[in-house]
Design a protein around this ligand. Sequence first.
Ligand SMILES: *[C@@H]1O[C@H](CO)[C@@H](O)[C@H](O)[C@H]1NC(C)=O
Ligand SMILES: *[C@@H]1O[C@H](CO)[C@@H](O)[C@H](O)[C@H]1NC(C)=O
Ligand SMILES: *[C@@H]1O[C@H](CO)[C@@H](O)[C@H](O)[C@H]1NC(C)=O
Ligand SMILES: *[C@@H]1O[C@H](CO)[C@@H](O)[C@H](O)[C@H]1NC(C)=O
Ligand SMILES: *[C@@H]1O[C@H](CO)[C@@H](O)[C@H](O)[C@H]1NC(C)=O
Ligand SMILES: *[C@@H]1O[C@H](CO)[C@@H](O)[C@H](O)[C@H]1NC(C)=O
Length: 699
Amino acid sequence: MGHPVVAVGIVFVSAFIAMAASSQYSHPLDPLTATEITAIRAAVLASPLVPARPLFFHYVGLDEPDKPDVLFYAYGAAATAAATTSSQMTLPRRAFVIARAGGQSHEFTVDIADNASVLSHAIHRGPGFPMFTAEDQIAAMALPYKYPPFVESVWRRGLDVGEVGCGVLSRGWFGREQPAYGGARVAKMECLVVDYNATANIYARPLEGVVMVVDLDQMAIIGYRDRAVFTVPKAEGTDYRADKVGPPFTGPAAPPGVVVQPDGRGFHVDGHLVKWANWEFHVGFDMRAGTVISLASLNDTDAGGLQWRRVLYRGFVSEIFVPYMDPEEEWYFHTFVDAGEYGLGASASQLQRGADCPANAVYTDGYYAGSDGKPVKAEDVICLFERYAGDVAWRHTDGIGPGRPFSEVRSDVTLVVRMVVTVGNYDYTLDWEFKTVGSIKIVVSLSGILEMKAINYTHVDQIREDTHGTLITENTIGVYHDHFVTYHLDLDIDGTKNSFIKNTIVPKRNTGVRATGGAPTPRRSYWTVLYEVAETEAEGQVNINGAPADLLFVNPNKKTKVGNEVGYRLIPAGATATSLLADDDYPERRASYTKKQVWVTPYNKSEKWVSGLYAEQSTGDDNLAAWSKRNRRIKDEDIVLWYTVGLHHVPYQEDFPVMPTISGALELRPSNFFERNPLIRTKPPGNSPNCSCSVGGSG
Ligand SMILES: *[C@@H]1O[C@H](CO)[C@@H](O)[C@H](O)[C@H]1NC(C)=O
Ligand SMILES: *[C@@H]1O[C@H](CO)[C@@H](O)[C@H](O)[C@H]1NC(C)=O
Ligand SMILES: *[C@@H]1O[C@H](CO)[C@@H](O)[C@H](O)[C@H]1NC(C)=O
Ligand SMILES: *[C@@H]1O[C@H](CO)[C@@H](O)[C@H](O)[C@H]1NC(C)=O
Ligand SMILES: *[C@@H]1O[C@H](CO)[C@@H](O)[C@H](O)[C@H]1NC(C)=O
Ligand SMILES: *[C@@H]1O[C@H](CO)[C@@H](O)[C@H](O)[C@H]1NC(C)=O
C-alpha cells in the first residue's frame, strides 16, 4: 500500500438500472446484487434509529445465514443435524452494514428479503474505524491545494501545486501518541509529483519531507509538517508504459500459449456455482475480502460419487498487513492493513482480457456500495480459466516389462479463480487453483511499484547512515518492508468436525532393538513421525520454520477402508516469513498473529477479520491473538485454519521501475482422503492438434 492518488476502474451504476442477470440471488451465499444494495440503502436511510445526517456507508456485505442452515441447503440433512430450518428452506437474506453518521460508527443488520428493513442497530464504541471509502480519499486529496502552508512547501521545492498529488495513508495506531487527535477518524497524507506527461510512475517521485494530518469526518487538514527538502527523483527512466519504454522489446512477441479447447470449456458456471472435473464450489465477492470461495467439495467417483465430499466451507483473504521498516518521522506509521483499511474487493482491478487471464477465461463482475450507499459495479474483477502449462499430473515408464518400454502420462490441467487487487502502488494477484488430485493451491503474486523514499544521495558511497532500504536509482530508496497475507480457511474435511494434527518428523538413533526380531543392522539413524492431536488453540499455533512437520486436518469420525483418518494436509509453498517486529511495538500489537503462520480456532461466525472488524487504527484488542487467548477446544470441533503467507521484502534494482512478480503460496492436499490416487481414472491426453498456429484458437 502507498498513495492511492488515482481512483481507477470505478463505474458508478445508477440505482434505477435493473441488472437483469444480477438482480436476483439464487444461492444463499451469493454476493449482494445491485438491486439489493439499493434496497439496503433505502432501508438504512429510512430507519429512524440513526437520524444524524450526513450518513456514509463504509461497508455493505452479505450477512450469510448460519452455517448449519447453509450446509442443509447445499448438502441436505446428511450434512448437518443442527439446521434450524426444516425441509422447506427459505433462508434469511440479510446484509451487514457499517455506516458513519454523527461522528460514530453504526452497525446495522438489514433484512433484504421482500421489503428491506433494519433488523438491528448498534453503535461501535470501542477503538478502531471502518474502511476508508473511495469518496473519503477523493475529498481529502482536494484539500492540500487550498492549504496555504502546503502550497508554500510546494513552491519551496520549485514546483507548482498543479504538478503534485496527495494520497490518504492510514496512520496506524501508536498508543498514547501525542497529539492523539481526540480519537477522531484521522489519517495522514503524503504527496508525489504527478506529471503523466513526464512519467506514469508517480510513486518514483515523492515529495519527501512533507506530512499532513487529515480529519476524515471534518474533512479538514489538522496537522502539517515540512521537515526538510529532498531532491525529487528525476522522471527519466521511471516510466513503464510500453509506448514510453519503446522497442526493441525482448522476450517472445506474444505469449506462446494459444488456447485450443476443441471440446469447449471444461467448467460450468451456474450463477455463482462452479462445477469442473471433480470439483464444485461457490465464488462470491465482498468489498473487504475480495473473492470468497465457499462450499468447495469433491465428487469421489471412485467411491461411487453419490454425495459431495466437503473440503472447504469458506475461504478468503482476511487481511494483508504491510509494515515498512523505516522508523523516521515520515515513514514510521506506514503499517498498512490493506483489507481493513482500503478493502480488497473495493480495490479490485478490472482484469485485462488476454493479459491478466488467458484467452479461455470467463469474467464476472462484483457489486459493492459507494459511500452514498448506491451500488458500484466492479467490472470483470474475477476470472476463471482452465490452465495447462505443459506439466505432468502423474507418469511412469515401464522399461522392464516384456517386449517394450511403455509410458503412461496424464496432463496436469487445473482450474484457476483469479482476482487482482491494486492497493495504491502494489498489485496482488490472488489465485485459487483447483486440481483434479483434490488439492486447492492458494497463491498470492506481488507486483506493482515499490514505495519509494526520496533522498539526496546518488551513489551508495555517499551513504553513512541507515537509510532503511536500498538505493535503487539516483535519489531513490526502496524501503524495506514485509507482506503478511492472512487467509481464513474454514476447512470441513468430509464433515464439520475436524481435528488438527501435528505430525512432527523426529530424527532417531538406531538402537538395534527390533520389535519384529530381525537381525541388527549397521544403520545409525533414521526419522520417524510423532503424531500429536492439538487439544486447544494454544496447541494449534505453529511456526512452521521450527521443527519439520506435516500439518494435517482430519475428520476423526471418518476413516478409510484400511483405517486411516480422512484428512487434508497443509503444504506451505515458499514465503513463510514471520514478523520480526518487537512484541511491544504498536503495529505488531495490532497484527500479533504474524509471529506464527498457522493458527487454528473453533468456528465462530463473527471471527472473520484477523485484525478485527474495525481494523483502521485498531489496537489489537479484537484480533486473532486476542480471541485465541480463550484457549478454546479445537479437537473434534468445527475448526478454522488461519494461514499467513509472509515475505520480507529487501528491494533490489530489478524491482525498479516496476516489480517483476514474486509469489508465495500454500496448498491444501488430500492426505488419506481418497482410497487411492484419484487421478488414476483421468483420461490420457488425446491427439491435440500440432500447435504452430499463428492465429488465436477458440475459447
Ligand atoms: C415496504 O417498505 C416501504 C418503506 O418502508 C413501505 O412504504 C411499504 O409499504 C412496504 N411494503 C410492504 C409490502 O411491506
Ligand atoms: C501534459 O500534456 C498535455 C497535452 O500535451 C497538456 O495539456 C498538459 O498541460 C501537460 N501537463 C503537464 C503537467 O505538463
Ligand atoms: C537536499 O538537496 C537540496 C538541493 O541541493 C537541498 O536544498 C536540501 O537541503 C538537501 N536536503 C538535505 C536533507 O540535505
Ligand atoms: C459425480 O460424478 C458422477 C459421474 O459424472 C455423477 O454420476 C454423480 O452424480 C456425481 N455426484 C454428485 C454428487 O454430483
Ligand atoms: C464469537 O466470537 C466473539 C468474538 O471473539 C465472541 O464475543 C463471542 O462470544 C463468540 N461466540 C461464541 C458462541 O463463542
Ligand atoms: C503433427 O506432427 C506430427 C509429428 O511431427 C506429424 O507427423 C503430423 O503430420 C503433424 N500433423 C499435422 C496436422 O500437422
